[in-house]
Design a protein around this ligand. Sequence first.
Ligand code: FAD
Length: 342
Amino acid sequence: VDGAIQADVVIVGAGPCGLFQIFELGLLGIRAHIIDSLKHPGGQCSELYPEKPIYDIPALPVCGAQELVDRLLQQAKPFNAQFHLGEEVVELRILEDHTFLLRTSQDTRFHARTVIIAGGLGSFQPRRLGVEGGEAFEGTRIHYKVKSAAEFTGKRLVIFGGGDSALDWTLEFAGKARSVTLVHRRPEFRAAPASVSRMRDLVEHGSIKYVEAIAQSVIATDGQFQGVRVKRNDGEIVDLEADHALVFFGLHPKLGPIAEWGLNIDKRAILVDTEKFQTNIPGVFAIGDINTYPGKKKLILSGFHEAALAAFAVAHHLNPAKKVPLQYTTTSPIMHKRLGVP
Ligand code: FAD
C-alpha cells in the first residue's frame, strides 16, 4: 500500500486503556502506533476530570486522573510507541489479504496487520452552538477552535462559553479584534479566577462587552452572516452584530466514524468475545469503554485486563505458528531486556 505507514498493530484511542495496551504489547515484543483525535493522551481522564482523584486503581489507594495518565505514559515509555495525536481515524478498510488500511482526518494512512480499538465513548467533538440557521456558517463564520488568531484580528467577535477557552480567547482578542462580546448563560464561570477578574475589569473599562444570555438564532440577510440573536436571562432578545462567532462549549465524546466500519455494535459499543476481545472482524480487537460483552463494566481496571488478553491475541494473530508463553515480569530475562531493566 503506497505511502502508508506499515504497522504490526495500530491502537485507535490513547485513553488509559490504549496507553496500557502499548505496555502489554511491548512486553510481548510488539511495537504499536497509537492515534488519538485529541492533541494529548489520556482520554476521559485528561479531558473530563484531570484533577479528580480515582480510588479504584489496584494498589494505588488514591491517584489523580491526570497523574494516572502520566504514570501510564511513563510505564509504556520503554516500548517507544509512535504517537499520532490530533488525528481522528475516519476510515478502516479490510484489504483482500485481511490486513487493514486506516486513514485519519489529516490523511495519514496506516497499513496495519492488526487493529485495537480503544476509542472509549468515542472521539471528542466540540459541542455545537446548535441554533437555527447555524449549520450553514460552521467553519466559515461559526468556529469551534481558533486555527489562526490572525483571521480574527480587526473583526467583530462574539464569543460563547464560560470555561478557560472562552475566557482565554476573550482576553487574547480584547484590543486586537474590532470588538469582543462574551456571552455566557449564567453568572458562574468554570475558568481560572484570575482570567474571570481580568475579563470583568475589561468589561468595566468598556474594552469588551459581556452578556448573560443563550444563543437563539443566526442573523443572516441574503445568506450573509450578520451576527447572533441571543435571549438575555431577563428575557430580552438582543441582536449581537458580529463578523464571527467563536464557540467554546467544551468537548463531548461521540462514537463517530467507528460506527461505520462494519463492526457488530450494540448500544454504541462494539461486541467482543472475552477470550481475545476480538470483534466480528478477525484481527480487529476492542478494549476499554468502547467494547461490550456479558457482564461488562466500564471501569479502567476492566480495560487493563482486556488489554493484557488482547496483546496475547494480537501476538498470536501476527504469528500463529509461534506459541506465546506466559512470562512474569519479575523473572523473564527477555521482558527485562524489553523493559530496559539493568
Ligand atoms: P477513553 O478514556 O474514553 O479514551 C478514548 C480515546 O479514544 C479518546 O481520547 C478519544 O479521543 C479517542 N478516540 C475515539 N475514537 C477515535 C477515533 N475514531 N480516532 C482517534 N481517536 C479516537 N473509571 C474508573 O475505573 N474509576 C473511576 O473512579 C472513574 N471515575 C470517572 C469519573 C468521571 C467524571 C468520568 C467521566 C469517568 C470516570 N471513570 C472512572 C471511567 C473511566 O474514565 C473510563 O472507564 C476510561 O476513561 C475508559 O478508558 P478508555 O481508554 O477505554 O477510553
